[in-house]
Write a protein that binds this ligand. Structure first.
Ligand code: GDP
Length: 308
């Protein structure tokens, strides 16, 4: 089976590792969110693409859920000595990724090309594509004004009230080469358990991607990032509320209807099956908490079975 996964960061990383254990590497494509890309110290940082690549390379720091294992932070200390902003914790080895990517982008390479080079160099055989080579930035309006995603997520630790989410640049962004084809040619599209507003939302905001999902022959299976009435982790709940979506698997289905076929939900949420069916979505109960590697693989298998 050919699988294309739509992925954000930490939640996605776990399912991607599971999928990589079940699918031949040549049959797995990841379409990653770049709405939370940022310029830090003049470097182009792509947190979600890097999380996907590091996870698939077996080098992600699993405890933090971002960055590289066995990382050091000497450059960060040095920047602090110069009085630079250090709230975005760039590790020393991680910095090499950002320096390498920034140099390639400045030399005129598209993000999709340099992402593929980074993935290959780290031994990742699956294809990792940014949703777009064009600039699209998730911005959040708070009572004190607009924030970039990383200002909201990392600097302010999501402790601000969000009134509105805006995908800046979405109107003119084009899917990166291979993205529409990867969705059209897939047997299964897996929507990882990622934040529906700030991880999957930006991908869907790129014109052409929803059309590909709607027109494609693939079965589209999502894993709910919401259990009961709360996100497993992070600000997905508050952000869904800011968009008028109920904080429940129903809200996830509403964000992904009409192209979503199956939603994997916690067994305790299976009572929503009838309401989900009304949205055209089949609820499949599963152990959707990936607390260890075995569970990651088991859930990936369940995604593939649910699509069959
Ligand atoms: P971020 O960019 O780091 O926020 O990463 P993602 O958007 O990929 O992941 C965050 C989302 O994944 C949150 O909404 C969590 O509720 C969800 N999540 C994290 N771990 C798990 C898990 O093990 N199972 C499920 N079902 N959802 C998870």
């Amino acid at each position: 089976v050919r699988v294309t996964a739509i992925a954000g960061g930490t939640g996605a990383a776990k399912l991607l590792r599971g999928l990589a254990a079940c699918v031949a590497p040549g049959d797995l494509t990841v379409v990653g969110n770049t709405g939370d890309d940022a310029e830090i110290w003049g470097l182009h940082v792509s947190p979600d693409l890097d999380t996907a690549v590091y996870a698939l390379a077996g080098r992600l720091d699993a405890r933090r859920g971002w960055g590289l294992r066995d990382e050091t932070f000497r450059c960060l200390d040095g920047m602090a000595e110069y009085g630079a902003e250090t709230w975005f914790n760039l590790g020393d080895r991680d910095l090499a990724t950002h320096v390498f990517r920034t140099a390639a982008l400045r030399a005129g390479q598209p993000l999709s090309t340099v992402t593929q080079v980074i993935a290959r160099r780290l031994g990742v055989e699956a294809r990792v594509l940014p949703m777009s080579d064009d600039r699209l930035r998730t911005r959040l309006r708070t009572p004190d004004g607009w924030l970039d995603f990383q200002e909201y997520f990392v600097r302010d630790k999501t402790q601000v009230h969000v009134l509105e989410v805006w995908y800046d640049g979405a109107g003119v962004a084009r899917p990166a080469p291979g993205v529409v084809e990867a969705i059209a040619d897939a047997d299964v599209v897996a929507v990882c358990p990622s934040n529906p507003v700030t991880s999957v939302g930006p991908v869907l905001a790129v014109p052409g991607i929803v059309d590909a999902l709607t027109a494609g022959r693939a079965r589209v299976v999502a894993v709910s990032p919401i259990v009961g009435e709360a996100a497993v982790s992070g600000p997905a709940g508050e952000l869904m509320r800011s968009r008028g979506l109920p904080v429940s698997p129903l809200g996830v289905a509403r964000a992904y209807a009409p192209w979503l076929d199956v939603l994997l939900v916690d067994a305790g949420d299976h009572g929503l099956a009838r309401e989900l069916a009304r949205l055209g979505v089949t609820a499949v109960p599963a152990d959707i908490l990936m607390t260890d590697r075995e569970r990651e693989v088991a859930l990936a298998r369940r995604v593939l079975e649910a699509a069959a």
